[in-house]
Write a protein that binds this ligand. Structure first.
Ligand code: C5P
Length: 231
C-alpha cells in the first residue's frame, strides 16, 4: 500500500510530459494540484491517466455542501484515484462530497480531507482564525470528523500522522507532504521529515515535490524515495 506520490507542480502540459517521459517504463503515482489543473484541465488528467499513472487530484474543495457534491460528481467522471477537500468545510460538506463522488455502480476515487495546512502555525490559528485548541488536537478532531463522514483518510504533516492513526485507526489513510532527504534543502517547508522517518511513523503515502522535480536526476531521486520509504 505504501507509495511515493510526485507533486507535479508545473505550469504546463509540455513541462509535465517532458518530466514524466524521463521515467520511461516506470509509472509513478502523480499529484496534480491547482496550478497545473487550472492551466491544463481535464484533457491533461486524462492523458496522464492513459499513460498508466495513478493520479491524486489535489484541488482541496471547500464550498457549500450542494456545490461540493455537484463538483465531486464531475471529478468522479475523470477516473482519478484520490481527490480531496478541506475538513473545515464541515461534516455536512464531507458527506455531500462522498455522495457526489460515488458513481452509479458504487465505485469512487478515495476521498481524503486536508486537516490544517502545514503552512498554518499555532499562532495564526489562535490569533487570526480564533481557534483556541492546540493544533495537534485540531488535526486529530478534523480527522475524526472526516472518518465519521465516511472519508478514507487525511492529508497532514508527517509529524501528525502517528496521532491520526492512533485516533482513527491504522486503516485510515494518511497522505503526507513536507518530505526532504536528510542531506537535502528544506526550502519553504517548515515541518519536514525524511522518507525513512515517514515510514517509521507509519504514513501510507508521501507527497514529494521539489526534492524530485528539481533534482539533477529526478528518476534517481524518485528511486531513492522509494528505497527509503517503501522497502
Ligand atoms: O516541493 P514540495 O515537496 O515541498 O511539495 C509539496 C507538495 O505538497 C506541494 O504540491 C504542496 O502544495 C503540497 N502540500 C503541502 N503541504 C500541505 C498540503 C499540500 O506541501 N499541507
Amino acid at each position: 500500500m505504501r507509495d511515493v506520490i510526485i507533486a507535479c507542480d508545473f505550469d504546463s502540459r509540455q513541462k509535465t510530459i517532458d518530466f514524466l517521459d524521463k521515467f520511461e517504463e516506470k509509472k509513478p503515482f502523480v499529484k496534480i494540484g491547482m496550478e497545473l489543473f487550472y492551466a491544463e484541465g481535464r484533457p491533461l488528467v486524462e492523458q496522464i491517466k492513459q499513460r498508466g499513472h495513478k493520479i491524486f487530484l489535489d484541488l482541496k474543495l471547500h464550498d457549500i455542501p450542494t456545490t461540493v457534491k455537484k463538483a465531486m460528481a464531475v471529478l468522479s467522471a475523470m477516473d482519478v484515484d484520490i481527490v480531496n477537500l478541506h475538513a473545515s468545510g464541515t461534516s455536512a460538506m464531507m458527506s455531500a462530497a462522498l455522495e457526489g463522488l460515488t458513481r452509479p455502480d458504487g465505485s469512487r476515487p478515495l476521498l481524503i480531507a486536508v486537516t490544517q495546512l502545514t503552512s498554518t502555525s499555532q499562532e495564526v490559528m489562535t490569533n487570526e482564525l480564533l481557534i483556541n485548541e492546540n493544533i495537534n488536537e485540531v488535526v486529530a478532531k478534523y480527522a475524526e470528523n472526516a472518518k465519521k463522514s465516511g472519508l478514507d483518510g487525511v492529508v497532514c504533516s508527517p509529524l501528525e500522522a502517528g496521532l491520526v492513526k492512533q485516533r482513527c485507526g491504522k486503516e485510515f489513510i494518511t497522505v503526507t507532504p513536507g518530505i526532504r532527504f536528510a542531506d537535502g534543502d528544506v526550502g519553504d517547508q517548515k515541518r519536514v521529515t525524511t522518507p525513512e522517518k515517514a515510514r517509521e511513523i507509519g504514513t501510507d503515502f508521501i507527497v514529494v515535490g521539489r526534492p524530485i522535480t528539481a533534482a539533477e536526476n529526478p528518476v534517481a531521486a524518485y528511486e531513492r524515495c522509494v528505497r527509503e520509504f517503501c522497502l
